[in-house]
Design a protein around this ligand. Sequence first.
Ligand code: SAH
Ligand code: SF4
Length: 383
Amino acid sequence: MPKANLLDFDLDGLAAFCERLGEKRFRATQLFRWIHQRGASDFGQMTDLAKSLREKLATTACVTPLSVLSQHESADGTIKWLFDVGDGNAVEAVFIPEDDRGTLCVSSQAGCAVGCRFCSTGHQGFSRNLGTGEIVAQLWHAEHFLRAHLKREQRVISNVVMMGMGEPLQNYAALVPALRVMLDDNAYGLSRRRVTVSTSGVVPMIDRLGADCPVALAVSLHAPIDSLRDDLVPLNRKYPIAELIGACKRYLDHAPRDFITFEYCMLDGVNDQPEHARQLVELVRTHGISCKFNLIPFNPFPASGLLRSPAPRVAAFARVLSEAGLVTTVRKTRGDDIDAACGQLAGDVKDRTRAAERMAQRRTIALHPVRQKADPTPTAQEH
Ligand code: SAH
Ligand code: SF4
């Protein structure tokens, strides 16, 4: 029988595994702490576990992290890792240090099947879901690397955002145990308010997440009306805006925060006009949803054929929302010198979905003309 990788288990899963070895739950808790709090992967190190248990573990289990293909550090302190997930696929995670927090952006899939127009992961197509252990291993590696690198005894990563490669709610079964590891006080002990799932709007899974493991929710809205959102986020054809907002409202009954964050990627001449901002205000008022807006300046990549909205247009858009009483922030672009900014994560994906072909076809039927050729090197931004 292959050995079980203990990074695949939340505490209940590990307790069940230990029970099969004839061990009590408190042993699972000890083991869990060794792995996640101390970064141990060798059972021989775990000196407060009985020798007999260490021997049983050595024959039945392993703690196997992901191997790191590369690590890049940006001038602004952002660090990006490329992890090998086998069969020619690789995924990325990004650490973003700030004065009062350290955020890790984590991937959930090798590629993504949603295929948003403005996202380089979407353009790469989809290979496979990551397992729980592969999601957790990104945090395990980053946290323990950073503690050693920064010579810190205490936790370095205070926030996790599921905003790397992939649509987390299309990998629900692996996501939820991974979130539980992040939240568990015997592991990373992150607050529910500081773990964010970002979704393009998988309505039924938003409801399930609210029931199973409520954490902060970010919804990638990107357009105020269905005709435009259908084009930018193809999943909208299945779950249109009104249904999505309905799910967001239901989610708020469980959420650790009393608002939903709407992400809105600012695309030059596509979704960035004052009229779009007014439509957003109208949308939010009609549905009476408690929310904040996070405007993301588009990070261009050549195949998208799209451009970043100029900074004054972003500011004008933000002003319309703010003046209507909606809390609005503009996301700082971090790590763009190492291609680690939002939407630039592109790992390596052995596409099974012929995404490039589909994207090329969609570009020819684009609703909105693109005025100039996209600049692949985004300029440093703002705010
Ligand atoms: N699949 C999830 C989470 C990963 S994408 C989702 O779509 O929400 C994380 C965020 O980056 C999303 O808000 C997404 O819309 C945004 N994004 C994708 N491509 C981008 C780009 N090229 N520039 C700026 N933001 C981008
Ligand atoms: Fe997938 Fe999110 Fe990229 Fe859309 S924006 S293609 S849902 S990763």
